[in-house]
Design a protein around this ligand. Structure first.
Ligand code: APR
Length: 237
């Protein structure tokens, strides 16, 4: 098998689950007691902005209580030590990859620690609460969480598609493969000739598109894989 030189890693809620951050598609399809559309759609925000701001305030406040787990640390090590290109794209809005030492992270679904003006669209760092009165310092528009909701366009898609077309190893870690466009990345990478590897606790909707699925907690399977990849590079050097 040819040694890979350009890696594309897609992570989802499963990579942060062992850090204590709740995944999305849990019991009954509820997200922390709410229907997803209620708290993760522009319509939900228009209908009840106070509820939506409170919901993300709660998630933001919980961030400091979670710590990166061995999967985050191993991914960061791979980014630092792999001699080729490593693109890390996450669907997660937490900052655990950054705190785990990842030098570059593409947050395609936004970030809890950022706020965006609904009017001028300026994005700024934000670590406190937001409410209906929180205004943009530039134009006075309302600030909302910098989160990509259902029906909105994910971020950085051009760069993502470019990296997907160029990668020779694609790995999806802790994602249920139910939300597009991320769920379609494996087919795109595979069409371009990449080997595709899945890490999950169980098989998913997209498992049939992968060349290999490694089952188990990401905190165990991902560090073992990273070790394997780096050893293989050392052996070749
Ligand atoms: N190790 C590996 N996989 C795990 C672990 C673990 N410790 N714990 C859970 N998983 C797997 C689950 O089996 C599931 O397949 O992680 C996946 C989490 O799936 P979801 O909760 O659907 O999260 P994700 O795929 O990231 O959701 C995608 O949907 O709600 C939107 O925008 C939101 O970014 C999110 C997107």
């Amino acid at each position: 098998m040819k040694t890979p030189s350009r890696l594309f890693l897609l992570t989802g809620a499963g990579v942060s689950a062992e850090s204590g951050v709740a995944t999305f598609r849990g019991a009954g399809g509820l997200w922390e007691g709410h229907r997803i559309e209620e708290v993760a759609s522009p319509e939900g925000f228009a209908a009840n902005p106070a509820l939506v701001q409170r919901f993300y305030n709660d998630r933001r406040r919980l961030l400091p209580t979670a710590s990166p787990n061995p999967a985050h640390l191993a991914i960061a090590r791979l980014q630092r030590e792999f001699p080729g290109r490593v693109t890390l794209v996450t669907q997660n809005v937490d900052d655990l990859h950054e705190r785990g030492g990842s030098p570059e992270v593409v947050h395609m679904h936004g970030e809890l620690l950022k706020a965006r003006c609904v009017f001028c669209k300026r994005v700024r760092d934000w670590s406190g609460d937001l409410d209906e009165e929180t205004r943009c310092g530039d134009c006075g528009g309302q600030l909302r969480p910098h989160i990509v909701w259902f029906g909105e366009m994910p971020l950085a898609l051009d760069a993502i598609f470019e990296a997907l077309g160029a990668c020779d190893l694609f790995a999806a870690i802790g994602t249920s493969g139910q939300v597009y466009p991320a769920a379609g990345f494996v087919e795109m990478a595979s069409r371009h000739g990449a080997r595709c590897l899945e890490f999950n606790l169980e098989s998913t909707a997209t498992s049939p598109h992968f060349d290999e699925s490694r089952t188990g907690p990401a905190s165990r399977t991902v560090p073992a894989w990273v070790e394997e990849l780096l050893e293989c590079q050392d052996a070749e050097a």
